[in-house]
Ligand binder design. Sequence first.
Ligand code: EPZ
Length: 433
Amino acid sequence: MPVGAFFSEILLNGEQMDKIIIEGGRSLKGEVKISGSKNAALPILVSSLLADGWNTYNNVPDLKDIQSIKLLLTGLGARIEEDGSSVRIDAGGLCNPEAPYELVRKMRASILVLGPLVARLKKARVSLPGGCSIGARPINLHLKGLARLGASIELKHGYVEAFADRLTGNEIYFDIITVTGTENLMMAAVLADGITVLRNAACEPEVVALADVLIKMGADIQGAGTSVITIKGVPSLHPASISIIPDRIETGTFMVAAALTGGDIKLLNCEPDHMQTIIHKLRLTNADIKVNNKNIHIIGSNEISSIDIKTMPYPGFPTDMQAQFMVLMSIAKGLSIISETIFENRFIHVSELKRMGADITISGNAAMVKGVPLLSGAPVIASDLRASASLILAGLVARGKTEVNRVYHLDRGYEAIEKKFVKIGAAIKRVRE
Ligand code: EPZ
């Protein structure tokens, strides 16, 4: 990489260029405590904008993306106090309707403030998030939905400018199932006049978790977790105290680590109900999985079977687990077809896995993964959050040393992941450049 580009990378991301070094080949054993869900915490922290007074959130994960959203909320006028994994937010002083480019470009989920800002301040100026490495990720459905509630929307100089004296309930149909689109419009509708019906809504557990919080704040929401969500506007909401649900993708990532390394791992504080498809698919690969209450016990097999997966909206196989599962299939016995139907460019990890010896051929939105006896360690570069996780997993099972560069991607969505892996016997360490 030319020196100029290298330094612009640091300037652009303002992040330490840490790397993680792994000595592969160890079988992982022990217990892992699962953290709160990033994708539930983000919209839930934003929902604090909808009420005056102190909201209390427990089990909030310590992640770069959570730092980013707290910075953004503070910039909008909210007060934030934190004590470990508990965060308190009071939006009584909400006054600034603008989410600046500097923050939104680093974390596209910032777009979630759009609905609440229009609902509370009657206006919002939010930077367009732009694309990211896994796809163009437009927000047209967020904007179309907000317009259906009566907001006037303009796109100017890379920003969305939205205004509405009063939002009015309406029917909104999502052409494509969108998680944050569903969340954004749900938050916009809770204070609107009249009834809003979201059709073809996302059913993810994180959407249900947000609805549960809004209901605790006094909102009237029916149908969260199904494709039709009905929201009856109320005059105002009051603060609430809640605990963030466990992160199902972190849980799945550690389950794949056990399956990959013939390990024996107990996952604590997780939510097996949110993991049904992942559990089902891992059992088909010969992993032995026992579930009891909030814990999952997984024992990896020495003979991993190849199976096909197709990413789908919840309750289908999650796109956020596709890269991790591909690593498992790369050392399985046989051929696996992995189809990515959610994002148009979510195979970036394939080229790095091939450098470690994986036998993968891409054809359109499908990757054909032919299992090989083993992977070999190599220096690799992370490109996005879940691709980074897949490279860590590959390093755990590869023979020799793997060096994963640009792990700032990883820190966005995994809390102290290398420390959790050390606890279960991995030879892994972080090196600060
Ligand atoms: C959420 O992103 C998650 N992020 C993503 O997790 C996850 O991969 C994704 O849902 C799918 O499950 C958060 O919850 C913060 P979408 P989101 O809107 O809401 C298209 C991770 O690794 N679309 O459900 O941005 C879009 O291009 C992240 O934790 C439109 O066309 O995803 C995509 O093809 C990565 N127009 C599809 O819908 C829109 O207005 C699904 O996207 C919105 C979306």
